[in-house]
Design a binder for this molecule. Structure first.
Ligand code: DGL
Length: 249
């Protein structure tokens, strides 16, 4: 089976990592819209337009399924993509919620959702978590993490200062932090160091289970073939992919 995976930039590689580790697909065509990242500070109509344009890109590749490995797109454009696409379209917010339910038994746990401005504004995580019975949910949009990760910065002083800027008012480590932007798993270690007592959760962890529960397909027996495309700076995407996936591209 051949999947398309789409994100505004490099962040969707955090989802690709899980898909490759579990040999879910024979082939993955990855498209990062690096010329127009970040999506998370744009308005709904722009996010929908960019997403439908990305869909056009995938129409050249004869894919069986499209995974929008971007929470922002999953929050705003999933319906439009599903209406237009000639294949199934899967988002990452539901897998993120599944991963949370698996890891967090206490419904009164103090949950912090980190996402882009657009994702936080959509309220989608909070709504789905409330439907699952969770009562104590806060959200925050540390937007600058996205360009920092796009620059290939996953640790160090700049990231530390940025974390301090956004997290200064958080007095106690939340019980759980949902990495509601696919760029954020790339700074997992730095976030975990900042909040040592928190359980960090992201959609890549449950995407395989989610796909298995929705679609009945056999896993690939071969190593997944990965093709990388971007609307700008393909070398930047390749460098991050090599580092993050620890493989030759
Ligand atoms: N990686 C994306 C997400 O999951 C979007 C980041 C951005 O473009 O702002 O929301």
């Amino acid at each position: 089976m051949k999947a398309g995976v789409f994100d505004s930039g490099v962040g969707g590689l955090s989802v690709v990592k899980s898909l490759i580790e579990h040999n879910v697909f024979d082939e993955i065509v990855y498209y990062g819209d690096t010329a127009r990242v970040p999506y998370g500070v744009k308005d709904k109509n722009t996010i929908i337009r960019y997403s439908l344009e990305a869909l056009e890109f995938f129409k050249n590749f004869d894919i069986d399924i499209l995974i929008t490995a971007c929470n922002t797109v999953s929050a705003y454009a999933i319906e439009e993509l599903r209406e237009t696409a000639p294949f199934n379209v899967v988002g990452v917010i539901e897998p993120g919620v599944i991963a949370t339910c698996k890891k967090l038994r206490d419904k009164n746990a103090d949950i912090l959702v980190l996402g882009t401005k657009a994702t936080v504004k959509s309220g989608k995580y909070s709504r789905l978590l409330q439907e699952k019975g969770y009562t104590n949910i806060n959200s925050l949009a540390p937007s600058l993490f996205v360009p920092i990760v796009e620059e290939g910065i996953f640790e160090g002083e700049l990231l530390q200062t940025t974390m301090q800027y956004y997290f200064a008012n958080i007095e106690k480590d939340p019980d759980a932090i949902i990495l509601g932007c696919t760029h954020f798993p790339m700074i997992f270690d730095a976030l975990q160091k900042y909040f040592p007592k928190s359980t960090l959760i992201h959609s890549g962890e449950a995407i395989v289970e989610y796909l298995e529960s929705k679609f009945n397909f056999s896993h690939s027996t071969e190593k997944t073939k990965l093709m990388l495309f971007s609307s700008e700076n393909p070398d930047g995407l390749k460098t991050t992919a090599k580092q993050w996936l620890q493989t030759e591209i």
